[in-house]
Design a protein around this ligand. Structure first.
Ligand SMILES: *Cc1c(COP(=O)(O)O)cnc(C)c1O
Length: 289
């Protein structure tokens, strides 16, 4: 673990550095690995079950299935709905989590609450938005700091797209540099509310916005286009759920960073690309071929 190099890329005539948390580990990678590192490293004797909830293709679900497997815990995961297409054609995070022994339940939240009360059960909130996440993110911050020192970057700008905002928030807490983000799930107000549940305003990252509203999980031609251009021009595959909005936002605000180096945090999520790519291919059939 903790093999996360920093790549230097040139994209649309500008230099960026990319922190490669996608390369951390074959099974336990991306920001979920950072967020759940606390649970990996500490002793939880007495715990037998891991319980969480969220969407049936989530990156967090897959990473928790890996954690449960390593820790020898039984993994119970609760979701509102699993589409019949996914049930009949398991793929992506869903398939991999099932292979790791996940027990998935549709809308049995009564059972979830019952399990969560048990002393031998660890309950983790959707998306891993918890204080314990700071443990692994502080290590990420230290890696960034030592890179900046080595290169003599005193005014580095750090950018990463947010879901719950947990990663961006703790990075801002542990770094002397300004951290910039954008809201992918919900709007800016939602994101600030999420920040506020974990820390006070001093540690809030700066939220950058685009004029156009995008809805989480929906497909947009410009998302696919920037994702593909990045892959072709830099050789790096980014995630298709958060990174397209992240890059469009960053590219739309480059004036703010004119004399500064930018570090983009690659937060993994590549197993999820399998399901996203299938959806894109179905939706834009004519255009992609
Ligand atoms: C979960 C995830 C995010 C969002 O992380 P938060 O800490 O919830 O903001 C961003 N990118 C990828 C690839 C993720 O898996």
């Amino acid at each position: 673990m903790l093999n996360s190099p920093i790549s230097e890329i040139v994209f649309r005539d500008r230099r960026f550095f990319v922190k490669r948390d996608d390369l951390l580990d074959r099974d336990f990678s991306g920001n979920k690995a950072r967020k759940f590192y606390y649970f990996l490293k500490n002793d939880f004797s007495g715990i037998k079950n891991l319980v969480s909830f969220g969407s049936s293709q989530s990156n967090a679900m897959y990473s928790l299935s890996v954690l449960a497997k390593i820790k020898n815990w039984k993994f119970y995961y609760f979701t509102n709905h699993i589409s019949s297409f996914l049930k009949n054609n398991p793929h992506g995070n869903y398939k991999k989590a099932l292979e790791n022994g996940m027990n998935i339940f549709e809308s049995r939240f009564d059972f979830m609450r019952e399990l969560a009360k048990r002393e031998d059960t660890l309950f983790i909130k959707e998306g891993g938005a918890l204080k314990e996440a700071s443990f692994g993110i502080e290590i990420l911050a230290k890696e960034i700091l030592s890179f900046a020192k080595e290169r003599g970057f005193k005014n580095l700008a750090v950018f990463l797209p947010s879901g719950t905002g947990t990663t961006a928030l703790y990075l801002q807490k542990f770094l002397p540099f300004r951290v910039y983000t954008c809201a992918c799930v919900g709007d800016e107000e939602y994101l600030k509310k999420q920040f506020g549940e974990l820390e006070d305003k001093n540690f809030f990252p700066k939220i950058l916005k685009l004029d156009k509203k995008y809805h989480f999980g929906k497909l947009y031609a410009e998302f696919y286009a920037v994702w593909r251009e990045l892959k072709e021009k830099t050789g790096i595959e980014f995630d298709l759920l958060y990174d397209p909005k992240g890059w469009l936002t960053l590219l739309g605000h480059l004036k703010e960073f004119e004399n500064r180096e930018i570090l983009y945090i690659h937060q993994g999520g590549l197993i999820g690309n399998e399901s996203m790519l299938r959806r894109y291919e179905r939706k834009f059939k004519e255009k992609l071929c």
